[in-house]
Write a protein that binds this ligand. Structure first.
Ligand code: BMP
Length: 262
């Protein structure tokens, strides 16, 4: 059987059982984009402007909604409208890490009500499988999906070896899990996507431990599905639209190379 990495996104979408993943693959194919924007800006106006200008080139808008200093319910409404306008999914990078009962409260309630609007969120499995069950109780009835942080991109990160393997086991066993944050394809047992942060075309890292690898390394060689790019697109002095186009092109070329369409 062909590895999932050898199949087209379109084919994987057709074969996938999860409606959210089906929609994601369909969007990727239609927009010819495996690029997710990490929109780490701290005001509502900046976030909305960035989402609207870069929206046409991305398949997933990733936020850290808790860094927006003037967050309000209207921001969520407008983000939902932009996601619909540009046909992309919303991913809030919550990195939940507490007991099942606590994450249920954090995911479904509080100020941000993440489960009401973010199609995708993620968690660490440090507390054990109960964290997945707690999040699933809130997210599954709403058709949401969860990524496990099987690895991280930062220097000295501790998600390696047996811990990463445990993530993969838990992902395979839980229908709410649609994939991973990590640097590569992790399993052929079911079609779990990988989204990879720490992607850059030029810089090698930042002063706080981030490490960048190229789309070619991540997508062509490692078999990851989606590249997540933040400051490479909107950093100081950058033309966000031009950079988004460049990263989209680089990610898509890396995908075609993986399929052997040179
Ligand atoms: P940048 O491309 O500007 O370095 O942003 C990367 C984004 O991906 C940030 O939002 C960060 O929180 C996230 N991220 C990461 O960099 N490494 C990980 O291992 C997991 C992440 O979610």
């Amino acid at each position: 059987m062909a590895s999932f990495s050898q199949k087209t996104y379109a084919q994987r979408g057709e074969e996938h059982a999860h409606p959210l993943v089906k929609a994601l693959f369909a969007t990727m194919e239609r927009k010819q984009s495996n690029l997710s924007l990490a929109a780490d800006v701290s005001s509502k106006a900046e976030l909305l402007a960035l989402a609207d200008t870069v929206g046409p080139y991305i398949c997933v808008l990733k936020t850290h909604i808790d860094v927006v200093s003037d967050f309000d319910a209207d921001l969520v409404k407008q983000l939902q409208a932009l996601a619909a306008k540009h046909v992309c999914l919303s991913f809030d990078d919550c990195k939940f890490g507490d007991l099942g009962n606590t994450v249920k409260l954090q995911y479904g309630g509080g100020i941000y009500r993440i489960a009401d609007w973010a199609h995708i969120t993620n968690c660490h499995v440090i507390p054990g499988e109960g964290i997945i069950q707690g999040l699933a109780e809130v997210g599954m009835p709403k058709g949401r999906g969860l990524l496990l942080l099987a690895e991280m991109s930062s220097a000295g990160m501790l998600a390696t070896g047996a811990y990463t393997d445990k993530n993969v086991e838990m992902a395979i066993a839980n229908d709410f899990v649609i994939g991973f944050i990590g640097s590569r394809r992790f399993t052929e047992e079911r079609d779990l996507i990988t989204m990879t942060p720490g992607v850059g075309l030029h810089a090698s890292g930042d002063a706080l431990g981030q490490q960048y690898r190229t789309p070619k390394k991540i997508v062509t060689e490692n078999g990851s599905d989606i590249i997540i790019v933040g400051r490479g697109i909107y950093g100081p002095g950058k033309d966000a639209v031009a950079e988004a186009k460049r990263y989209r092109e680089a990610g898509w070329t890396a995908y075609l190379d993986r399929l052997g369409h040179k």
